[in-house]
Design a protein around this ligand. Structure first.
Ligand SMILES: C=C(O[C@@H]1C=C(C(=O)O)C=C[C@H]1O)C(=O)O
Length: 362
């Protein structure tokens, strides 16, 4: 046989491989549907009687060149594979937030700013909105640094009830006023479902905080909004819990959801929390939603914020959140971890020098 003939036959085998794969995939999908039905009906997934019937029928149909034992073994393997697909948590693969159901990156577009699937963005601002002057000064610094989104807490879920609880709606108004003056977008945490509608007048992105990641009524209410939501990972939330929390929002019709890793609680004390960098590529792989990293709450220390931001971007993050305040020492919350405006400008320069982030030109 000539070399050309072999090439032709191999080409034909390649074609048959593709067809077989297509058929096997179709078969596995049907198996999945049957598996789901069985699960709902409380029936066992494995049905050896049905498998034996099929094998006997195939053996009878077989006219070679494969011998009977081989046909039985090959189909036995196919049934096993179908069973495996049925067993593997089907819920996970079918989540709306998963890549399995939506391959392309979700891009949250707010005005001229796009988050996800392209250039990473910075989100910065004070931990809490404290006064008109404070938030205005920060907004001006953000504008100078080419940062498009200002953050600032107005409803603060603090560990102690005796700590500063935020200025509430007054804080949101001050944030919006400063943002409008400098052409920025706003983001702020909302903690009460009943506040969402009113808050939507002042915030472009609703933040759901780490402590509320599994506040299901809040998630549902945010899902009924048609506003972008930034969902923070809970202090001890697994990836699975995090994605299911996002699913609560998306399943109500609000597809504009962004995820943010903010550090998890571990035994380590040198950082405020432990920044879980692996969350970034994992979430990017499992989900199509934009993924950000909060380098302030995760590290809680200024000296490693820039390297951690670079690591997050290198790992594929779509954005970085960082806290900055005109006078951190006098801040009403998170005094130790907020960058002053000089440190913030330096932080932006440092992150930019990595080539992983480009500031937006104003
Ligand atoms: C798909 C089913 O579930 C399992 C997988 C089978 C298959 O791959 O054909 C057959 C029997 C079960 O063990 C089914 O019951 O039909």
């Amino acid at each position: 046989m000539s070399h050309m003939q072999i090439e032709q036959l191999r080409g034909r085998l390649d074609e048959l491989n593709s067809q077989l794969l297509e058929l096997l995939s179709e078969r596995a999908e049907i198996g999945q549907q049957i598996g789901e039905w069985k699960r709902n009906a409380g029936l066992p997934l494995h049905d050896p009687v049905r498998e034996k019937e099929m094998l006997d029928r195939l053996a009878a149909q077989n006219s070679g060149p494969l011998d009977e034992a081989t046909v039985r073994r090959l189909f036995g393997d196919i049934f096993k594979a179908t069973l495996q697909v049925q067993i593997e948590a089907p819920a996970k693969r079918k989540l709306l937030v998963s890549r399995a159901s939506h391959r392309e990156d979700t891009v949250v577009q707010i005005g001229d700013t796009a988050i996800g699937g392209g250039e990473p963005v910075l989100v910065a601002g004070p931990c809490s909105v404290e006064s008109r002057e404070q938030v205005r000064e920060v907004a001006a610094a953000l504008k100078r640094a080419g940062v498009p989104v200002i953050r600032g807490g107005a409803f603060k879920p603090r560990t102690s009830p005796y700590d500063f609880q935020g200025l509430g709606f007054e804080g949101l108004k001050l944030l919006k006023e400063a943002a409008d003056e400098f052409g920025l977008l706003t983001i702020s945490e909302i903690v009460t479902p009943a506040h969402l509608e009113e808050a939507a007048q002042y915030v472009d992105i609703i933040q759901i905080g780490a402590r509320n990641m599994q506040n299901f009524e809040l998630l549902k209410a945010a899902g009924d909004m048609r506003k972008p939501v930034l969902l923070k990972r809970g202090l001890a939330a697994t990836m699975d819990e995090f994605l299911h929390a996002a699913e609560y929002i998306v399943s109500r019709g609000n597809s504009q959801v962004m995820l943010i890793e903010r550090g998890i609680r571990t035994y380590e004390k040198w950082t405020r929390n432990t920044l879980d960098i692996s969350a970034v590529p994992l979430l990017k792989r499992e989900s199509h939603l934009p993924v950000l990293v909060d380098v302030s709450h995760s590290t809680g220390r200024k000296d490693i914020m820039a390297p951690c931001a670079k690591a997050a971007l290198a790992a594929g993050a779509d954005g970085i959140m960082v806290e900055t305040h005109p006078n951190p020492a006098a801040a009403l919350s998170d005094a130790d971890q907020q960058l002053d405006l000089g440190e913030f400008a330096e932080f932006v320069r440092d992150v930019q020098s990595s080539g992983l982030y480009r500031a937006i030109k104003s």
